[in-house]
Design a protein around this ligand. Structure first.
Ligand code: PLP
Length: 395
């Protein structure tokens, strides 16, 4: 087939050419005398992306799920009570992991399309006078439904209750794309992965932790070996890893961090917001709705578009793939067949989003959804023209 195949799933995301080139290298010695020059710089800049000033960061050769596991295994004890909420496939899987680790999970189920129920968290924390809750979990961006939750509000709830619980955040589809401030929000364990906002292939898990999480590590009795903070810290402090690192991905990470920091994090967040807003305008123009139930939940990295009754969203995704060489995201779990997802995360721009919307529009029409050809693309084009004018005027 001619031309590029277009990737608009919410991870893995498009890998910039400079990052790809940085990984196209002869194999290197991960114990070379000058290897720490690479490694030390990665930690410094990774912490800048997390806006973590006083803690430390870990890089594990795994997918993001490994960082979930590292966070739990290194800071909590079996039987510890934790407060979690479930409103999509990823928050659901994190609950499942916590239960399998033998934690005493207080799960708040909320409607899919909404996010972390801060009011309920605040009530539970205020009522917990004995401080039995050891950690509070937040899925910052639920990739299944395109819902972003308010981490700062959860921090405020913890502070209002003068509660000492650790704050865990899943930022796999938010960090490096949506505003995230670990230090300011008092986040103790912040999880991410390489294949989304970091614009790399899958294969690295990032975990950025506070001093409080490092103190909790000293008391935590869960079994851990591969994901042990202690082993990592001992090796990382010398500029190396306790086992073979993913050397090519680390070279790619160097290039990706340079791109993020050169663009400027605030500009990266603003770009994601502009692109997401254009997608939301397109969905409105189609006469359809997104899964996020209201503006406060809107995600700037992924939109889950609800298809009309009687239409199978998986067919739309299939049609876009086979007909137009474009990958859109399928619906997962409870929303399988009901939504398709458009990823607007990572190394993307306005014109790329217009092509995603054009492919979605053609696939929707092919599958019998009654929309006006060009309506969504037209609405996005208008939004992007206006926001580009504003950006040029500001420059
Ligand atoms: N958390 C969120 C919000 C995700 O979107 C994903 C993956 O898409 C994960 C966790 C799991 O990450 P991984 O597939 O890299 O293990």
């Amino acid at each position: 087939m001619a031309g590029y195949t277009h990737l608009f799933v919410p991870g893995p995301t498009n890998v910039p050419e400079t990052v790809r080139q940085a990984m196209n290298m002869p194999m290197e010695d991960m114990r070379a005398p000058d290897y720490p020059q690479l490694v030390n710089g990665l930690f410094v800049d990774l912490m800048k992306v997390y806006r973590n000033e006083t803690g430390r960061a870990f890089i594990f050769p795994s997918s993001g799920t490994g960082a979930w596991e590292a966070a739990i295994a290194n800071t909590l004890n079996p039987g510890d009570r934790v407060l979690m909420s479930r409103f999509g496939q990823f928050s659901l899987l994190w609950v499942d992991m916590a239960q399998r680790f033998g934690l005493d999970v207080d799960v708040v189920d909320t409607e899919w399309g909404t996010g972390v129920p801060v009011d309920i968290y605040a009530e539970r924390l205020a009522a917990d006078k004995e401080h039995r809750i050891k950690a509070v979990f937040v899925t910052h961006n639920e990739t299944t439904t395109g819902v972003t939750s308010d981490v700062a509000a959860v921090r405020a709830a913890l502070d209002a209750a003068k509660h000492p619980a650790l704050l865990f955040v899943d930022g796999v589809s938010s960090i490096a794309s949506i505003d995230f401030r670990q230090e300011e929000w008092g986040v103790d364990c912040a999880v991410s992965g390489s294949q989304k906002g970091f614009m790399l292939p899958p294969g690295l898990a990032f975990l950025s932790v506070s001093q409080k999480a490092l103190a909790a590590n000293k008391q935590a009795k869960q079994h851990r070996t591969y994901f042990s903070f202690e082993d990592m810290i001992r090796a990382n402090d010398t500029g190396y890893f306790p086992y073979t690192p993913a050397v090519q991905l680390l070279r790619g990470l160097r290039a990706a961090l340079d791109l993020l920091l050169d663009e400027g994090l605030d500009n990266v967040y603003a770009r994601h917001n502009r692109l997401a807003q254009g997608v939301r305008e397109a969905v409105k123009a189609w006469g359809l709705q997104i899964c996020a139930k209201g503006e406060k939940w809107h995600s700037d990295t992924v939109s889950a578009v609800i298809v009309p009754d009687g239409i199978d969203s998986t067919e739309i995704v299939r049609r876009a793939y086979h007909g137009y060489q474009t990958s859109l995201g399928v619906g997962l779990n409870k929303v399988a067949g009901k939504v398709f997802r458009i990823g607007h995360i990572g190394w993307i721009n306005e014109v790329m989003m217009c092509s995603a919307l054009a492919a979605a529009e053609m696939a929707l029409l092919d599958c019998g959804v009654k929309i006006q050809a060009g309506s969504g693309v037209g609405a996005a084009v208008e939004h992007y023209r206006q926001s580009a004018r504003a950006a040029v005027a500001k420059a």
